[in-house]
Design a binder for this molecule. Structure first.
Ligand SMILES: [Zn+2]
Ligand SMILES: [Zn+2]
Length: 283
C-alpha cells in the first residue's frame, strides 16, 4: 500500500529563516499531494535573532497566512501556527502570548539553554564548537547537566503551555554524532527520556517525528531517535510527521522512509491536525 504523505505542520518561510514565501510553500505542498499544511514561522524571541520573525511582523504574518488560506480553499487545508521558543526562567516570550488565540496550533520548542542573566545562553542547534563552548561556560563542561537542563526546560514547557506539537523533542543530540558528547544508550539518559515521556503522556501535546535534521545534516539525525520512537510506541504515545521544512524542496523530505520506519516500529496510524483538533489517520 502506498502511503499518502498526509500532512506537514512544521514549515518555515521568509518571515523567518525559510527560503521561500508562504505561498510557494503552499504550492509545493499541493504539488506533492500534502492535504494538511501548517505554517509555523519562528515567533520572535527576547533577543532579536536573524532566524526569527521580527517583532513588528507578526500581524502581517497572520494576515498573509489568512489570505493564502482563503485563496487556496478547496485545494489544501492550511493552518496558522507558530514555532514558539521556551526559555528557562522566561517561558514563552510574553509579547507572543496575545497572538496565540489567533493561531490554529502552536509548536513548542527549546532551542536555547538559558541560565541566569540574559545573554548567558547556549543554542542546542548551533555548531558543535559553539554548543561545546556554551556547555563549558554554563555547565562547567558537564554535558549531563546540560542535557538535564534541556529536558527540564522541555518538561516545564509542556506542563505550562501544553503546546499542540512538541518540536524536535531530542534536538539536544544534534551535535552528538558518533557519541561525541554522550551515549543515548546509557542509563542516565534513558531515565531522563522515560521521565519526559511520562510528562508527555499526561499532556495533550503530540510529539512530531521531524525530518528537518536529516534534510539539513544527514540521515542519522531523525528527531526523535528510533529508540525513543520504539519506547513511545510501547507507551501508546501518538506521533505526527513533520518536515521542519525551510525550503520547497524539503516539504516532504525523507517522508517515504519515515512512514516506512514508523510502520516497522508498529505504528498503524499517525495523528493529523484538522479543524476539529487531533484525529488519527490510518496508515
Ligand atoms: Zn526548531
Ligand atoms: Zn522549525
Amino acid at each position: 500500500m502506498t502511503t499518502r504523505f498526509i500532512s506537514n505542520y512544521h514549515t518555515h518561510n521568509n518571515f523567518c529563516d525559510g527560503k521561500n514565501t508562504i505561498e510557494e510553500m503552499v504550492q509545493a505542498a499541493i504539488e506533492k499531494g500534502i492535504l494538511h499544511l501548517g505554517i509555523s514561522s519562528h515567533a520572535h524571541i527576547p533577543n532579536q535573532e536573524i532566524w526569527t520573525m521580527e517583532e513588528d511582523q507578526i500581524e502581517t504574518y497572520l494576515d498573509e497566512v489568512h489570505r493564502i488560506k482563503e485563496k487556496y480553499t478547496g485545494k489544501i487545508h492550511i493552518y496558522t501556527g507558530l514555532e514558539i521558543d521556551f526559555f528557562d526562567g522566561i517561558g514563552w516570550y510574553p509579547p507572543i502570548l496575545p497572538f496565540i488565540e489567533e493561531l490554529d496550533y502552536d509548536i513548542g520548542s527549546v532551542h536555547c539553554l538559558y541560565v541566569g542573566e540574559i545573554g548567558e545562553s547556549c543554542y542546542v542547534d548551533d555548531t558543535r564548537e559553539a554548543f561545546e563552548e556554551g556547555v563549558e561556560n554554563l555547565f562547567n563542561g558537564n554535558i549531563q547537566e546540560a542535557v538535564r537542563h534541556y529536558y527540564n526546560s522541555l518538561k516545564n514547557m509542556i506542563i505550562q503551555y501544553n503546546p499542540t506539537i512538541i518540536g524536535h523533542m531530542d534536538i539536544i543530540k544534534k551535535n552528538n554524532n558518533e557519541n561525541y558528547f554522550f551515549n543515548e544508550k546509557e542509563q542516565w539518559y534513558k531515565d531522563i527520556i522515560k521521565d519526559v515521556l511520562s510528562v508527555i503522556k499526561d499532556s495533550t501535546s503530540i510529539v512530531e517525528v521531524n525530518t528537518g535534521g536529516i534534510a539539513r545534516y544527514g540521515k542519522d539525525l531523525l528527531y526523535p531517535s528510533i529508540d525513543i520512537l520504539e519506547q513511545m510506541y510501547r507507551n501508546g504515545l501518538d506521533i505526527t510527521i513533520n518536515g521542519d521544512s525551510h525550503k520547497i524542496e524539503d516539504i516532504d523530505f525523507y517522508y517515504e522512509e519515515v512512514y516506512q520506519l514508523i510502520k516497522d516500529i508498529g505504528y498503524d496510524r499517525v495523528m493529523i491536525f484538522t479543524d476539529k483538533g487531533w484525529e488519527p489517520f490510518k496508515l
